[in-house]
Design a protein around this ligand. Structure first.
Ligand SMILES: Nc1ncnc2c1ncn2[C@@H]1O[C@H](COP(=O)(O)OP(=O)(O)O)[C@@H](O)[C@H]1O
Ligand SMILES: O=C(O)C1=C[C@@H](OP(=O)(O)O)[C@@H](O)[C@H](O)C1
Ligand SMILES: [Mg+2]
Length: 164
């Protein structure tokens, strides 16, 4: 099976859906943020605090290259992966890209903000969406609306893969 990647706003469900999807399809699972934390031996928040966003984006791009050297894997990315075109060129080559779409107000009411440095100011979610939604739409192969259960979103993805 070709690799699958999930993109979308922070808190939209990429990590949770990716994990369940990989189990259901019998594929491996990699969460890029967890991979970065293990590699750097530091929480994402700490990386941002100590070295800033640019430094994080550099690690993120390198880590993406590491994890794309794989097959039969579901990769959940971080919400900012679309901010560098090079990331998306590699993702497009190596994966089928699903954009996970979730209502911003639902995200704000449900998500934990402690390990999401860019969401400390909740208004920032709307600003990020303005900058990024075009990019998510542009780069994805398919968009999935995550407006019911996690399992519902997973089933939508599996249905598309079966029809593909
Ligand atoms: N359809 C859903 N129903 C209930 N909770 C959801 C749903 N989608 C996402 N969540 C919850 O939202 C939070 C953020 O999800 P997460 O997978 O960490 O998002 P991301 O990786 O995109 O930042 C988690 O607590 C997750 O369980
Ligand atoms: O949107 C972003 O720029 C980020 C999203 C986070 O991942 P999630 O999308 O899994 O929350 C994480 O990579 C980092 O905090 C930056
Ligand atoms: Mg995540």
């Amino acid at each position: 099976m070709k690799n699958i990647s999930l993109i979308g706003m922070p808190g939209s469900g990429k990590t949770t859906i990716g994990r369940v999807l990989s189990k259901k399809l019998g594929m491996k699972f990699i969460d890029l943020d967890r991979y970065i934390e293990e590699k750097a031996q530091m929480k994402i928040t700490r990386i941002f605090e100590m070295y800033g966003e640019d430094y994080f984006r550099n690690i993120e791009s390198h880590s993406l290259l590491d994890v794309l050297d794989t097959e039969n894997t579901v990769i959940s990315t971080g919400g900012g992966i679309v901010t560098r075109e090079e990331n998306m060129i590699f993702l497009k080559k190596k994966t089928i890209i699903f954009y996970i779409k979730r209502d911003l107000d639902i995200i704000i009411n449900n998500v934990r903000f402690d390990n999401r440095p860019l969401l400390k100011d909740k208004n920032n979610l709307y600003k990020l969406f303005e900058k990024r939604s075009m990019l998510y739409e542009k780069y994805c192969d398919y968009a999935i609306v995550n407006d019911a259960s996690i399992y519902d979103a997973v089933d939508k993805i599996i249905k598309i893969l079966q029809e593909d």
